[in-house]
Write a protein that binds this ligand. Structure first.
Ligand SMILES: NC(=O)c1ccc[n+]([C@@H]2O[C@H](COP(=O)([O-])OP(=O)(O)OC[C@H]3O[C@@H](n4cnc5c(N)ncnc54)[C@H](OP(=O)(O)O)[C@@H]3O)[C@@H](O)[C@H]2O)c1
Length: 236
């Protein structure tokens, strides 16, 4: 591991893995845009990617909304060999688990995120899926219903914890993040501030949820070229 990565590892380390922790990781432009032409590519760079990968290495489960899975063309979740080795050395399974949140279940078993997954993913939904849909997706993932009219984030997090998946990394997107904030389930936000003025109609890193307001405490600021790697924690 390079010195720079060791410094990052120290700054993002999880000190107590027995306590449930929900960490979100996002990137935004200086003027608050969460996307450039509909995706995060164009906002991020190598320094942000380093943190993105590190946070995956540290997590038990990577939680992502179906919209992000589709828009960003998620492939199978697989940390690289040195990260897998680090995980094993630290008593973790070689690979974290992918968990996808979807109401409509517009997901296909052939999607690489499922078909090539090194660890069986989980799909959280809140409607009782049709038998065909459930059978179809159950070939490649554990389909779990959490809530009825809407997704119940606390039930979802409890289901993860029951599987021993306590360190949750939410990679978005904005609708899922809004749901988690609304239920007061977010403990930490890792936010990369990208030196771009994006303008236009791009949305923020939250969408769709009711207005709530909660203070956060600054954990760290790491300048990386013109980018800022920020970490905020729940204010206690
Ligand atoms: N800046 C960043 O760091 C960042 C990070 C991630 C994503 N993004 C961008 O965000 C955009 C996608 O935004 P988005 O808001 O559509 O993302 P999203 O939250 O990942 O996806 C929304 C979809 O995910 C499912 N979903 C999310 N929350 C749900 C809930 N509470 N209950 C039930 N289903 C839920 C639904 O899927 P179904 O339609 O299947 O029901 C919903 O239509 C993309 O352009 C992506 O590039 C940016």
């Amino acid at each position: 591991m390079q010195h720079r990565d060791e410094v990052l590892l120290e700054r993002y380390a999880i000190h107590d893995r027995t306590v449930l922790g929900v960490r979100a990781n996002f990137i935004a432009s200086l003027d608050g845009a969460a996307t450039h032409e509909g995706r995060t590519r164009g906002l991020n760079n190598e320094d942000d990617k380093r943190v993105f990968d590190l946070l995956r290495m540290l997590s038990d489960v990577v939680l992502v909304g179906a919209g992000t899975l589709r828009a960003e063309g998620y492939q199978e979740l697989r940390v690289e060999d040195p990260a897998a080795a680090w995980r094993v050395e630290h008593g973790l399974p070689a690979q974290p688990v992918l968990a996808v949140v979807s109401g409509e279940l517009n997901l296909r078993p052939e999607m690489a995120a499922f078909a090539r997954a090194p660890v069986r993913p989980i799909i959280f939904t809140h409607r009782h899926p049709t038998v065909e849909k459930e059978q179809d997706l159950s070939r490649v993932a554990d389909v779990t219903v959490c809530g009825d009219a809407s997704l119940d984030p606390r039930t979802m997090l409890a289901a993860l914890a029951q599987r021993g998946l306590r360190q949750v990394l939410c990679e978005g997107g904005p609708h899922l993040f809004g749901t988690l904030i609304e239920a007061d389930c977010v403990d930490e936000l890792c936010l990369t501030l990208s030196p771009v003025l994006e303008n236009g109609a791009a949305g923020r890193i939250v969408a769709g949820a009711a207005q709530t307001s909660r203070g956060m405490r600054l954990g760290h600021v790491i300048p990386a070229g013109d980018m800022l790697l920020l970490r905020y924690e729940r204010a206690r």
